[in-house]
Write a protein that binds this ligand. Structure first.
Ligand SMILES: Cc1cc2nc3c(=O)[nH]c(=O)nc-3n(C[C@H](O)[C@H](O)[C@H](O)COP(=O)(O)OP(=O)(O)OC[C@H]3O[C@@H](n4cnc5c(N)ncnc54)[C@H](O)[C@@H]3O)c2cc1C
Length: 342
């Protein structure tokens, strides 16, 4: 019997004197537990960024038997060194904020599958079945999709092969590895301009390549590109990344068809983010941008499936918004599960 069933039975017999979540001593501390492929969970949460971690806490406080399936613990905040807009902290690093979230999640008895992503989400009778990238399957009566976004790839030769060996997607994480080196930054928005600002303190020369003739960023960041250490190559596209064991050069193509080979030891690809929604395609409605469509109660188009955070079509992608949506999604799932029992 799951915690939810226990609570509902308890209520039916008239013996429940406390609200679920207020029951004391029922959630041992630091109690993340191994996942069980045989049982049927009340709720499967996919993703452990701000949305998924908040959803996990809210689900546990509602006594839902919950499994959290995730590629990592933390998501995008791990890519930023400085957060100044999460209430309660005037300044906190992404890593420190995630440590706080993680500490709170670990107070509850949640089953966790880490370092393994959802590859497929299907309806299986009146349940949902998640198949992971490593081939494991887990079943639950409801699901919260909180799989966020990831960096877009260029899709050029050399990009995948040299990933982590000169090819990077996060200047906050990797800029310090390029001290005194020549690097290419690809993109024209705030992410690319932030990468230029980060690298100006570290690299020798920065080539800024964008497929449009203009840069679209905040004025303060645009100002950084006026440094003599920055050469703008606009408009141009990356044709190929070269190198045997690490990046040695980057070829860029200009609109007149000319190819220029830039000698550089690194390339930062900062061309935006895309939603991690492929595993749910065909099951729930998705918009033109790949985001899962939700209503104001965080419900996706299939009953029993909820979604929260950057993977959804909710406007504004921020930590505090993702966390709030994660809370809403779990409370929605709880309401749905209580409805199933009636
Ligand atoms: C560089 C940078 C700086 C930022 N700075 C700020 C800031 O200062 N303030 C602010 O409010 N916001 C900031 N943001 C935005 C903020 O980080 C996001 O809005 C927020 O993290 C979204 O949370 P999320 O939980 O929806 O998704 P994510 O943080 O993307 O987390 C998604 C989770 O899902 C997991 N996952 C992905 N695919 C799968 C799968 N198939 N199966 C299972 N798990 C999966 C991931 O591993 C991760 O755990 C920044 C973002 C970036 C990239």
């Amino acid at each position: 019997m799951s915690e939810l069933e226990f609570f509902l039975d308890d209520k039916k017999s008239g013996s429940a004197t406390e609200t679920p979540g207020a029951r004391k001593n029922s959630c041992p501390a630091a109690s993340l537990k191994p996942a069980d492929g045989k049982k049927i969970y009340d709720l499967a949460i996919i993703g452990a960024g701000p949305a998924g971690m908040t959803a996990a806490v809210y689900a546990s406080r509602k006594m839902l038997d919950t499994i959290l399936i995730t590629k990592d613990i933390g998501g995008q905040p791990l890519l930023t060194s400085k957060i100044e807009n999460y209430m309660g902290y005037q300044y906190i690093s992404g890593k420190a904020l995630i440590e706080k979230f993680d500490e709170q999640v670990r107070k509850f008895p949640i089953a966790v599958v880490e370092n393994d992503g959802a590859a497929d989400l299907k309806k299986d009778g009146d349940k949902f079945c998640v198949t992971t990238e490593s081939g494991k399957t887990f079943r639950a009566k409801s699901a919260v999709i909180a799989s966020g976004k990831r960096s877009k790839e260029l899709g050029v030769s050399g990009e995948k092969r040299l990933l982590g060996r000169g090819v990077a997607y996060c200047s906050t994480c990797d800029a310090p590895l390029f001290a005194g080196k020549d690097v290419v930054v690809v993109g024209g928005g705030n992410s690319a301009l932030t990468a230029v600002a980060d690298l100006l303190k570290i690299a020798r020369k920065i080539y800024l390549v964008n497929n449009l003739a203009d840069l679209q960023g905040d004025p303060v960041l645009l100002g950084k590109t006026e440094s003599p250490a920055v050469e703008k190559i606009l408009p141009a596209t990356v044709a190929e990344i070269h190198g045997k064991d690490s990046v040695e050069a980057v070829s860029v193509k200009t609109p007149d068809g000319k190819i220029r080979r830039i000698m550089a030891q690194g390339i930062f690809i900062e061309i935006g983010l895309e939603p991690n929604s492929a595993f749910a395609r065909g099951l729930v409605d998705i918009n033109f941008a790949g985001e899962i469509k939700v209503d104001c109660r965080s419900r996706a188009s299939v009953e029993g499936i909820f979604a929260a955070g950057d993977v959804t079509d909710v406007p504004e992608k921020q930590i505090i918004i993702a966390a709030g949506e994660g809370a809403k999604a779990s409370l929605g799932a709880y309401r749905y599960l209580v409805g199933l029992k009636k």
